[in-house]
Design a protein around this ligand. Sequence first.
Ligand code: BTN
Length: 256
Amino acid sequence: MWLNLRALEERLETRFVGRRVIYLTSTSSTQDVARAEAEADAPDGTAVIAEEQTKGRGRFGRSWVSPSGANLYFTLIMRPEARRARSLGMVAPLAVAEAVEQVTGLSPRIKWPNDVIVEGRKLAGVLIETEVQGQSLKYALVGPGVNVNFDIEDTSEIVGIATSLKRELGRETSREELLAALLNRFETLYEGGASVDIVGQWRSRLETLGQQVKVTFRDQVEEGVAEDVDAQGNLILSRSDGSRVVVEAGEVTLRG
Ligand code: BTN
């Protein structure tokens, strides 16, 4: 069944996030539509939502499996002030994890920096792309993909590493309820300012801390124990020789 936009709106408690919706039954990638809309001056908080993506993409140029009518694929066009921009990488996965917990009772964890996992398998990912003009940020495209009512067994290439709410719960979840909860949480965290401890909440869900990991970024590889994160969300690794390195971005794999 396709998304019921009225049911979504009825549950929305936001001031601006998701108040303008561009809804598509099929598109290449919501990131691409959002970029064109952002260039055409779409308002802050606009949500581009698709039922299906034919070229859904993930981090590191990977593809994101996006079958029709089952999951959540959307991109938020955000126009943050500089001091808020960095928090988006923590706010987005945290909003996904908290919304899933609120709606289903599951307690998702986060794999640094922004994969949402349940029982070690990936439930959701977030792609964040930014457009910079001179020294300032023009806009950020915050794109979560959440596996909701997806029969993951049908997709052999991800069956061992990914999961869906349907697989975890053995039943379907209302996408409208989950999306509304997610947008509500997202705005609350984003606007929370000093009253919300984003780093603390995000850190407390991080599965990665204390593990022996390998972090790959561009062609660089760093190995060590994931000791902590700093206030910007960077990962602090402690190498075997006792030295420390701060990693700003990258992909974590467990060191085998
Ligand atoms: C990742 O974990 O690598 C990030 C996956 C992000 C997928 C979402 S689905 C909605 C938005 N549109 C895309 O093409 N990608 C993101």
